[in-house]
Design a protein around this ligand. Structure first.
Ligand SMILES: [Zn+2]
Ligand SMILES: [Zn+2]
Length: 243
């Protein structure tokens, strides 16, 4: 009888708090980090040496400005990410965006605290998630960048603003486009409802993945044009490039 009661309670707990690995769905012991040992081992934190500006990682040597940043300055002053983008992160982000599996957020919030390069970012006056177009927001029901902002900045939630900065163009998914097309696709995609809110402000912009940087750069351009003092970027993950 006792066992049946315990099993019943376990079942209920399982329904409410399914402790399965966020990536491969393997059953887990009770743990705050919802990745199994295998997937945890595959998580790859961004580490030094890296580009002091865009956060691109180097195989060896000292921190320095990468060739991309030397060549073409960005509209943001610094970008940092928690993880190198890989299969484990890809599956988890996919589960969040298309399956609504929001239990990954607490895990990501905790792991962000272990990500030392993120300490390079300034204390912001205002925190802006990269906005979704209203149509996509209606389809999905939430903006994953806003949810990430809330777990990355738990103690500064009052600085998070999701009304001032909007996406006015419903752009085609960037993943299907290359270089120049990405830039064209993004140009003038964003706008600011109330420029007073960003004027002379130090802004942290949050997104899920830094791929080529085109999206966050266009966001930063729009914010700087409206008078923002400085923009820095924090993403959950960053695509690794060879350098
Ligand atoms: Zn796993
Ligand atoms: Zn760089």
């Amino acid at each position: 009888m006792k066992n049946r009661a315990i099993n019943f309670l376990r079942g209920v707990r399982e329904l409410c708090f399914p402790s399965r690995c966020l990536s491969c769905t393997k059953q887990l012991d009770e743990s705050a980090i919802l990745f199994c040992g295998d997937c945890c081992g595959k998580l790859n934190f961004v580490n030094e040496p890296l580009c002091t500006c865009c956060g691109r990682t180097f195989i060896a040597g000292e921190n320095h400005l990468c060739s991309v940043c030397l060549d073409k300055p960005w509209f943001f002053s610094r970008a940092r990410a928690v993880f190198i983008y890989n299969d484990v992160i890809a599956k988890t982000i996919h589960g969040l965006k298309y399956g609504g599996r929001k239990e990954c957020l607490a895990t990501f919030g905790r792991l962000k605290k272990e990500a030392n390069p993120c300490l390079d970012l300034f204390q912001p006056d205002i925190i802006l998630p990269v906005p979704l177009h209203a149509k996509r927001l209606r389809q999905r029901g939430f903006n994953q960048a806003l949810l990430l902002a809330r777990v990355f900045y738990t103690e500064q939630k009052e600085k998070i603003d999701c009304d001032t900065f909007i996406r006015c163009l419903d752009t085609s998914p960037q993943t299907t486009l290359r270089g120049d097309e990405r830039r064209k696709n993004m140009t003038n995609a964003f706008s600011i409802i109330d420029p007073e809110k960003v004027k002379d402000k130090k802004i942290i912009l949050i997104d899920d993945v830094f791929t080529t940087g085109t999206t966050v750069n266009e966001c930063s351009r729009t914010l700087k044009k409206a008078g923002a003092h400085e923009v820095q970027i924090l993403t959950l993950a960053r695509v690794r490039e060879d350098d």
